[in-house]
Write a protein that binds this ligand. Structure first.
Ligand code: OXD
Ligand code: MN
Length: 591
């Protein structure tokens, strides 16, 4: 690829050409740049981003290929109140989504986008979600006036000519338009038009709102298409567990944002589990479809990780520390005088002085945090030292276990297993979690976050539960379903379970259950580990009594929990599958 060919169009697909021309006519950029996804292109655009002050080149000796970005202080997280699902009928979007009629929203956003790229470049970003050739993969095209978005999409997706190759002359691609405007929260809309497979995002330049392949296409539009086409688009990591004997088991897990999906997917088992290996297929999103052998197959549609930085260190995620030491875009962390990065929870002492995420002088005495709690790294998955080769397998991997887990200080035990599929759907549907910095507002409050999909489901949550129940019929060998909670604390505020690598023990129990190797005890909540068959070997200070505390089921707390769960069920009532109401009755009867 020569430098001269950068920015030139490379498709004869008529649907693409006419849509890009239409959007050019609307946004009136001074230039249209077609991305091809090459290294030369990334280098040239990085150079331009540095010139414009969008990126700062970090210390290349310490962090080769790494760059630093600050977003506008009013634009640091997903904004759920500005996120809309524009189905024809409001009923279809359901009570948990903001809704506006498509015609009204198109009108509003056309007005905002009119001439919005005057004097600017419109980048045409073709991208492929999923391994090339996969029957589950989907093509999207994002038109954006942000070079930060182009560079990030180049990391997060299979971006460039490869997408046009997959698309051919088809017009089945997601149409995404992103205009930064003036980054004004008053004029910020992340609007999804599932019936048109289209997205328009204006007024933001924060990842989750503008990297349209991720939350917008892979989850909101994806979930809508998945229901029509008989597959699942889920907010789940995918990992492979390999035993010393070479047995491979694939597990998917739904935890809400900032609840440790990336750490779990890259976990290093403790020394006691010598010979066991965890490798990563995905850290955030799973697309899953029944395969011809009756098992549920999953792919990771992404090609990079957009992970939360604070708290990442050589104890919580040593693999990530290695991964983000090169070719990484850091957003909203702190910047040290020697152009290194720092964040709360990084190994070692804080720097004596640095610039915080807003560019202000920061010292350890400062009251504010140096890195924003939702600061991010953006890195190619190929740099993950424990990437599973299956991450690039168009067939995907057969899933044996699905785990649902929230962040709960009390009530919810470390691990339990659903009695059956519908009970598992109930566990996912009633999941609660304390809110985190990934979204604006409400941090710390428990809210229902069914299947970790509350902010990401592109249609009525009640119909989404129905889809989960119905899919059972299409999966002859369904995965077993589990629930975990790593975050339970005692009265003194101390965690009851040590987490990180020790989570391998929970995973081992889950896998043994899936392969029918161990018995479990019955509890009102589901199957729980029999203390004799849960391996605590090699844990110096962790006694069976401590484990019993992490596993305790307090019936009083659970009666309260059922009442709290009711709130969401009442909101969804008109579309709520009766099966879930029966599950609630059964749970109450068991308590
Ligand atoms: C994410 C999120 O960025 O869930 O993955 O917010
Ligand atoms: Mn996520």
């Amino acid at each position: 690829m020569t430098k001269d060919s950068l920015g030139k169009g490379s498709t004869s697909n008529k649907a693409v050409l006419s849509w890009v021309a239409e959007m050019e006519n609307l946004c009136r950029p001074s230039r249209v740049y077609w991305c091809n996804g090459s290294r030369a292109e990334a280098q040239a655009l990085t150079g331009q981003a540095i010139e414009k002050g969008m990126l700062i080149k970090l210390n290349q000796k310490k962090l080769p290929g790494c760059y630093y970005h600050r977003s506008h202080p009013n634009d640091v997280a997903r904004v759920e109140q500005s996120t809309f699902i524009c189905t024809k009928d409001q009923e279809e979007a359901g009570p948990t989504n903001n809704w506006m009629a498509p015609r009204e929203m198109y009108q509003k956003l056309r007005t905002l986008s009119e001439g919005a790229m005057r004097g600017r470049t419109m980048y045409v970003v073709p991208y492929l979600m999923g391994p090339p050739g996969s029957s589950l993969a989907k093509v999207g095209i994002e038109l954006t006036d942000s070079v930060y978005v182009v560079l990030s999409m180049g990391i997060m997706t299979r971006m460039g000519t490869i997408a046009f190759e997959q698309l051919g002359n088809d017009d089945d691609f997601n149409r995404g338009l992103h205009c930064m405007l003036d980054i004004n929260p008053e004029r910020r809309y992340i609007a999804h038009f599932p019936q048109d497979n289209a997205i328009i995002s204006v007024g933001s330049n924060y990842g989750g709102n503008v990297l349209l392949g991720k939350k917008c296409l892979a989850l909101r539009i994806g979930s809508y298409l998945g229901r029509q086409e008989g597959w699942f688009a889920e907010h789940m990591l995918i990992l492979k567990v390999e035993s010393p004997a070479g047995e491979k088991t694939y597990v998917a897990a739904a935890f809400p944002s900032v609840c440790g999906k990336t750490n779990f997917a890259m976990m290093i088992p403790p020394p006691y589990f010598q010979g066991w290996k965890i490798t990563t297929i995905g850290d955030d999103i799973a697309w899953m479809k029944p395969g011809p052998d009756g098992r549920l197959y999953a792919i990771n549609p992404e090609a990079g990780y957009f992970g939360v930085v604070p708290g990442t260190n050589s104890r919580s995620n040593p693999n990530a520390m290695e991964m983000i030491a090169r070719d990484t875009i850091y957003t909203n962390v702190a910047l040290t005088p020697d152009l290194d990065v720092w964040w709360e929870g990084k190994d070692g002492p804080p720097p004596e002085e640095c610039q915080d995420w807003k560019g202000n002088r920061w010292t350890p005495e400062s009251e504010e945090k140096a890195a924003h709690p939702n600061s991010r790294f953006c890195v190619p998955m190929a740099h993950n030292p424990v990437l599973a080769p299956e991450a690039n397998d168009p067939q995907g991997v057969p899933i044996s276990a699905i785990i649902f887990g929230g962040r709960r200080t009390d009530t919810v035990p470390l691990v339990f297993q659903a009695f059956n599929w519908v009970h598992g759907v109930y566990l996912g549907a009633t999941m609660g979690s304390e809110m985190t910095a990934a979204a604006v507002g409400g941090a710390g409050q428990v809210r229902r976050d069914p299947m970790a999909m509350l902010p990401f489901c592109g249609y009525h949550m009640g119909d989404y539960f129905r889809h989960w129940i119905n899919m059972h019929r299409l999966i002859k060998h369904p995965p077993r379903i589990f629930h975990t909670n790593w975050f339970r604390k005692n009265g003194k505020g101390e965690f009851l379970w040590p987490c990180f690598g020790e989570n391998m023990r929970v995973l081992k129990w889950i896998i043994d259950r899936c392969h029918g190797r161990i018995d479990a005890d019955e509890s009102p909540l589901g199957w729980v580990p029999n203390p004799k068959s849960f391996d605590l070997g090699g844990m110096a200070n962790f006694t069976p009594e401590k484990f019993a505390k992490a596993q305790a089921v307090n019936n009083e707390e659970w009666r309260r929990e059922v009442i709290l769960q009711e709130e969401l069920f009442m909101r969804l009532y008109s579309h709520l599958p009766k099966e879930l109401i029966f599950q609630r009755e059964l749970l109450v009867a068991r308590l």
